[in-house]
Design a protein around this ligand. Structure first.
Ligand code: ELE
Length: 214
């Protein structure tokens, strides 16, 4: 399994990236949304499988927006894992971790980043040589104090905090050595996608990335 940090090195070497969590309700939105995020300086895209369009959106964006690094989110079983790989997903993210998925990921050609929010799940990840994880749901699970406490016994782990992250708190998370990226929907909120307000999504992305420049 390749590492997510290697992807960061390839696509965003000067900045810890933002991982927009994307929900596609209309397949026609997929490409213009991806273009809007990329134009705003966000090449990483986490297309969730929460809707029926997720898989097709991954394939379309891969074809039409070559500058993007397209991954899948909400991957919760082996079948979805396989289908996402078939569509060309470059990384796979899950809100949680199970023994089955962690085991299955051992043969994955692309990084798998499972979600964890407690020490037992951190140990399950490490048992499977997974050392890049999503801290989810970050704010609701206790925010930065919780992440610091959780990370302390596991210096091998790198985190992508996600859940309740926004323009105000993203920088504080990213300033932690243990954070490799942050994820969230704040740069592509559903109402703006429904309105097809691509310019505003680019503007939110630009604000987010310019604040985070190190
Ligand atoms: O869909 C998934 O696979 C998830 O893990 C959930 C998302 O990461 C969060 O819903 C994002 O949280 P917000 O940025 O607060 O909207």
């Amino acid at each position: 399994m390749n590492s997510f940090k290697q992807l960061i090195e390839n696509y965003s070497p000067d900045q810890k990236p933002i991982l927009p969590v994307i929900v596609i309700n209309d397949l026609a939105h997929a490409v213009p949304l991806a273009q809007a995020l990329v134009a705003g300086g966000i090449p990483f895209l986490e297309i969730t499988l929460r809707t029926e369009h997720g898989l097709e959106a991954i394939k379309l964006i891969k074809q039409e927006v070559p500058e993007a690094c397209v991954g899948a989110g909400t991957v919760i079983n082996e079948r979805q894992f396989e289908l996402c790989l078939d569509m060309g997903a470059e990384f796979l993210i899950s809100p949680g971790i199970t023994k089955t998925l962690a085991h299955y990921a051992q043969d994955s050609p692309v990084p798998f980043v499972p979600g964890i929010a407690n020490a037992s799940n951190a140990m399950l990840a490490l048992e499977h040589n997974i050392n890049e994880v999503k801290f989810f749901p970050a704010e609701q699970a206790g925010g930065i104090p919780m992440l610091k406490a959780l990370a302390a016994p596991f210096p091998e782990l790198s985190f992508c905090p996600t859940g309740g992250i926004n323009a105000e708190n993203a920088g504080a998370y990213l300033s932690l050595d243990t954070a490799m990226a942050v994820g969230g929907s704040w740069v592509c909120p559903s109402p703006l996608i429904e309105q097809q307000n691509w310019a505003e999504i680019t503007r939110l992305s630009q604000i987010a990335t310019s604040h985070l420049k190190q």
